[in-house]
Design a protein around this ligand. Sequence first.
Ligand code: SAH
Length: 361
Amino acid sequence: MPVSRYMELCLTHPEHGYYIARDPLGREGDFITAPEVSQMFGELLGLWAASVWKAMGTPDAVRLIELGPGRGTLMMDALRAIRVLPPFYLACHVHLVEINTRLRDKQRATLVGVKNVHWHDSIDEVPEGPSIILANEFFDVLPVHQMVRKETGWHERVVEINAAGRLAFGTAAEPTPRFEVLLPPLVRAAPVGAVFEWRPPLEIMKIARRTREFGGAALIVDYGHTRSDAGDTFQAIARHTFADPLKSPGLCDVTAHVDFQALAQAAEDIGARVHGPVEQGAFLRRLGIETRAVTLMSKANAQVSEEVASGLKRLTEGGRSGMGSLFKVLGVSHPSITELAGLTDNPAPTEPSIAARTNVG
Ligand code: SAH
């Protein structure tokens, strides 16, 4: 089967899929995400949403949609920031797109007390209307196709059973006809053996269409590259380290980097406006993460202060352990919104006073 089908089954097979009934997040789980690192991440995304709501002309009702909301942490932190602006808070209808029943239960528990929360299996089910959409580490779990360059052309990479009865990578016997015409410029001269990944653009097209038709904007944060290029990024992660993606199907997270140039292109083709991408570190700094950290630290004891400082580093710094440069942020909006906070060189929105979350880490 193509790598994309394998990835799809590993993640979303109704019985054995990794994302069907497991909570993979946190220090005890397989990986940790930005909102789980620090409350500042969700809070700043909440402020970002508030600035979008203003740019939209402060509509009375807006759909605040999150794709793949994990434990609900990002939304909880965002709403804490949004509460500082009561007319926006009152305008928000929260829509969570989540296929994982276990995580839905966690989200329900995290967001207890918040009115107007709805769950959906797909963004297609979210009712029409002006929308602000957040997606952190959602796109990397959507299946990718891998194509391998051979003398005979570009062949689909497949997962097959080898002579020893084990799963192994192979390639389709025949090349995919005329695949070259779809290649981005950097990949056209790729040597034999090169791998090119592409993700069907269905989800980004839905996001772009929604913002173009009903107004609003989307923020996509994920690990990936800003220019489409060759490279094999198909990977498995279990217990915070890389694993063999063919070893334990359904038991570890399988992902591939996000091609932000491809996302931007697909959104523009639909007629939405694209902003960025920029690196996560620069984005969060422009939104004022350093000021927010100082505010939190001034009110905290030594241990919490230390957690805020290490969270700031982890979210903004580059290098192997930081998320600051590996992660990119892309904005997609209605064409009438010409600037989005953090994605242009605007001054950051001013920080309102938000009560601290007790669990900072
Ligand atoms: N955004 C969260 C979680 C990232 S993990 C955070 O930053 O912590 C990926 C999330 O997407 C999980 O909530 C997972 O259950 C969900 N998910 C995976 N595949 C999905 C799909 N096809 N449709 C909707 N949600 C999906």
